[in-house]
Design a protein around this ligand. Structure first.
Ligand SMILES: Cc1cc2nc3c(=O)[nH]c(=O)nc-3n(C[C@H](O)[C@H](O)[C@H](O)COP(=O)(O)OP(=O)(O)OC[C@H]3O[C@@H](n4cnc5c(N)ncnc54)[C@H](O)[C@@H]3O)c2cc1C
Length: 430
């Protein structure tokens, strides 16, 4: 077990992740290479009265820790069984590695917009991906988990077990997952990419997208993002210094060009990357940044997207807003509205859209960002039904997150299981 303390060589590197706005100073970091290292780390922490937190990529880091941080970034094993269409993936693997390995067999995982994100953190958060309206959440396609619980035992959990339910969507507080097994889908390629529209067209495009996406088939998963690009030389010329609306599409059906024709007719596009692509290029649809930075963000699931809501979105995050966040509206519904075969922790399947806001922060300015986000989400409150766990980035207290993310009955069951499996609250981060 490679244990690092503050000041030792490698300590600072090991705790640095994608999210740079959260300060953390663990008493010790365990650079785990195996499930046995994780077992040893949990036992060490328990023996010293320390809490345990876990980090793979740092994309979802929301709070620092002063206990033991288990870093899983070296546990990157990925095995594909094409016969059973199953992937077995270690705790530190990123989606990129699974997409590549599965693609060799004409298969694809239920990954999300960024191939850089960690498989385990994403899936335990629910996992809302590029094919979500066709296949549902990633958490609902998990077949087994290996997890080290607070008593330092490595357990294999499968359908029928309480922990199998709690971890899939409940994410935090039950243990450290060392490996995960999940179903792959027979998807080789899709019709996908984005259409980018200029500031003046943003209000019209939002309305066209609303009407178009409301009637979309389940084979189509789509979002619209509003982004203020900085006026910097590294930003591509068509969007440099502009506030744009970008419609993102992942479509698994036929005749993609016909399906998107109403969007192409909405306004002249600054950029149009829509085409048939291999699933291995699915990260190009949203083309999210891969360099670490600081950010804060939150979201709301909503029951509808009416004119008053679109006006509020434009006022607080549109081209005229003082400091517009990146604002993304995702169409939900489809398979997300149906009951999965082996449900994990529930979410509000009646929600029609999720509205997410994300602002870059550098340590200062967090209070201003929270106030700005609060104004937007206050305006959406009459139609808000809850929140999605993966898109909460440090903006709310853990209790508030739990109460807004989980249905009340599921939250009661999660609390009961927490008392049973971790009465001493060893896993308290999150
Ligand atoms: C650029 C970007 C794009 C994203 N795109 C999507 C998307 O399309 N769909 C979506 O659903 N989400 C998306 N997310 C959210 C992402 O799924 C969550 O932030 C997720 O928690 C990240 O997991 P991670 O392992 O990469 O990050 P980490 O910060 O390393 O982990 C986040 C949390 O996951 C838990 N965790 C991680 N590993 C383990 C483990 N081995 N055992 C137990 N718990 C663990 C811990 O609570 C940890 O604090 C995105 C995030 C970013 C920053």
């Amino acid at each position: 077990m490679n244990l690092l303390r503050p000041g030792q060589a490698g300590y600072a590197d090991e705790i640095t992740g994608f999210q740079t706005a959260v300060a953390t100073a663990p008493a010790a970091v365990v650079a785990a290479e195996s499930a046995e290292d994780v077992v040893a780390a949990v036992r060490y922490a328990a023996g010293h009265g320390l809490s345990v937190a876990v980090q793979a990529t740092g994309h979802g880091l929301t709070a620092g820790t002063d206990g033991v941080l288990i870093s899983t970034r070296r546990m990157t094993g990925v095995e594909i069984d094409p016969g059973t269409r199953t992937a077995r993936v270690e705790a530190g693997a990123r989606w990129e590695a699974v997409i590549e390995a599965a693609g060799e067999h004409g298969l694809a995982p239920l990954s999300g917009s960024s191939p850089d994100v960690g498989v385990v953190g994403y899936t335990l958060s629910g996992g809302f991906g590029l094919m979500a309206r066709r296949y549902g959440r990633a958490a609902d396609h998990v077949r087994a988990l290996d997890v080290v619980t607070a008593d330092g035992e490595l357990r294999r959990v499968e359908p029928g077990s309480d922990l199998f339910w709690a971890l899939r969507g409940g994410r935090d507080g039950f243990g450290v997952v060392t490996a995960i097994e999940f179903a792959l889908l027979p998807v080789r390629e899709l019709y996908g990419g984005s259409l980018t529209f200029d500031s003046a067209d943003v209000p019209a495009v939002l309305r066209v997208w609303r009407t178009w996406s409301a009637a979309a088939p389940d084979t189509l998963t789509t979002s619209v993002a509003m982004i203020q690009y900085p006026d910097l030389p590294m930003v591509p010329a068509p969007v440099r210094g502009r506030h744009v609306a970008q419609v993102r599409i992942a479509y698994l059906g036929e005749n993609g060009d016909d399906v998107v024709a109403p969007l192409r007719a909405a306004a002249p596009a600054l950029a149009d990357t829509l085409r048939t692509i291999p699933f291995t290029e699915s990260g190009s649809i949203a083309a999210e940044p891969r360099q670490p930075h600081g950010y804060h963000g939150t979201n709301a699931t909503v029951s509808q997207l009416n004119d008053a809501m679109l006006d509020a979105v434009l006022e607080h995050a549109g081209p005229g807003a003082a400091a517009p966040p990146v604002l993304i509206i995702d169409r939900l519904g489809g398979a997300l509205a149906r009951n999965p075969e082996t449900p994990g922790v529930g979410w509000d399947s009646s929600a029609e859209y999720v509205v997410r806001a994300l602002s870059v922060v550098d340590g200062d300015g967090v209070a201003d960002v929270r106030r700005a986000h609060a104004k937007l989400f206050d305006a959406l409150a009459p139609w808000t039904t809850g929140r999605l766990l993966p898109f909460v980035y440090g903006e709310h207290a853990p209790e508030e997150v739990a109460e807004s993310v989980f249905p009340a009955a599921d939250l009661r069951r999660l609390r009961e299981l927490k008392r049973r499996y971790d009465a001493g609250n060893v896993f308290r981060a999150g």
